[in-house]
Design a protein around this ligand. Structure first.
Ligand SMILES: *Cc1c(COP(=O)(O)O)cnc(C)c1O
Length: 396
């Protein structure tokens, strides 16, 4: 076991245990700690005692397995789930209690209306056209249909503008036919809480909200949930922070990382000074080196941008990436490992106590969201609760 400070906060088991059950054709192992996700969710609830806390599980729960994560959150009392597409909602529905509300953030696509209504999925109405189609279906079926209304308050991405909202609310019996469950908007700069754009968006949201005084309001993603409490509203929509990943605002110390990613060593060799490594010969050894080839590459979401600058970790040592990352492999320097440590078949840490999702996002100048959603289907997904593996799901 390594004993770095970060290890204390992690409940993951020692590398030797993990190695045993790794099948030989997997790129590596993506371990998701469902207990940490449940605790992180509860912590957000405790931070916002008067609001409801939903969960954003679009893109298969940021690539981590929405079908595994959603029931855990439902057990913690989460009743509202957001995905991007109707197909995602339909796939998630069997994993949730019948009382759960499933919202489709990207709106009501033309032709999806009947399916959405029949399946009890709640569309987020983003345009007058979508609102009109849902309203027409309610009229045709002589029944009330549920919806979320989104207003654009300054991000210019999705939602009705003020004039369109006025227009839609003026349709005869709209308020009777459409059960507006929530009025929502989205902040462009929530990760920079002091930015004037937030105040401006909140003001515009409040003005639209005044038209629908009795309707619950929803504005906060993870960054706003942590750093902009005044944006909170009645229903929060955190995604990233459920996994204990910092959305850029800093993290309460109680929240903990729920993800670990390990890759397998598939070959070790000793090279002499002057030997070149990988495509383009970008790395040439200046002294004799021991190098390890890992079974992970850019096709797995281990970005080519990490070529020559990223690292893996093993036994508390940093293993620098040598040369360019290939599609299915990359090469790291294991010269510094103690004798007998780091053999073919061993797992090395790519994300864990020594290297966080945030660290990788920083190296690649991107968001932690992109790091998570890039992790490919060749990693074996393993779901644990603290230390005890209780569910496995090999995806290949
Ligand atoms: C993705 C998304 C969220 C969640 O964002 P996080 O930064 O992961 O918390 C919330 N609301 C909307 C509309 C989104 O698209």
């Amino acid at each position: 076991m390594v004993t770095e400070a970060g290890e204390a906060a992690s409940s993951f088991t020692a590398d030797t245990v993990w190695r045993e059950s790794l099948s030989t054709d997997e790129a590596g192992r993506l371990t998701v700690d469902l207990g940490a996700i449940a605790d992180n969710y509860s912590h957000i609830c405790a931070m916002h005692p008067t609001a409801r806390v939903g969960a954003v599980l679009k893109a298969d729960g940021y690539g981590l397995g929405a079908a595994h994560i959603a029931p855990v959150l439902a057990k913690q009392g989460c009743g509202e789930f957001f995905v991007a597409h109707l197909a995602e909602a339909l796939a998630l529905k069997p994993h949730l209690p019948p009382s759960a509300c499933l919202y489709v953030l990207n709106g009501l696509a033309p032709g999806d209306e009947a399916c959405c209504a029949a399946e009890g999925i709640i569309p987020v109405l983003n345009t007058p056209h979508q609102a009109r189609a849902w309203y027409a279906l309610a009229l045709a079926q002589s029944r009330t249909l549920p919806a979320a209304l989104q207003v654009d308050t300054g991000m210019s991405r999705l939602g009705l503008d003020e004039r369109e909202l006025e227009d839609v609310l003026g349709w005869p019996e709209f308020a009777q036919l459409i059960d507006i469950r929530v009025l929502m908007s989205h902040l462009a700069c929530a990760d920079l809480p002091a930015t004037a754009a937030n105040a401006s968006q909140m003001l515009r949201f409040a003005l639209s909200g005044a038209r629908l005084a009795s309707v619950p309001k929803s504005l906060a993603n993870s960054a706003a949930a942590l750093g902009l409490p005044e944006a909170g509203g009645d229903l929060l929509r955190p995604g990233l922070v459920l996994y204990g990943v910092d959305p850029g605002t800093g993290m309460p110390p109680q929240m903990r990382a729920a993800i670990r990613l390990d890759a397998r060593i598939i070959q070790i060799r000793d090279i002499s000074a002057g030997a070149a490594v990988g495509y383009g010969h970008d790395y040439v050894a200046d002294t004799p080196r021991r190098i390890a080839t890992l079974s992970v590459g850019y096709a797995d979401g281990w970005s080519r941008g990490l070529s020559g600058k990223g690292a893996a970790w093993h036994a508390g040592r940093r293993l620098p990436i040598l040369g360019r990352i290939s599609m299915d492999t990359c090469v790291v320097d294991v010269t510094g490992l103690p004798e007998g440590c780091g053999r073919p078949g061993d797992l090395v840490e790519l994300i864990g106590p020594h290297q966080s999702v945030e660290d990788l996002a920083g190296l690649l100048d991107t968001t932690p969201h992109e790091i998570l959603t890039s992790l490919g289907g060749r990693f074996m997904r393993v779901y644990v609760d603290g230390t005890a593996p209780h569910a496995k799901d090999a995806i290949s």
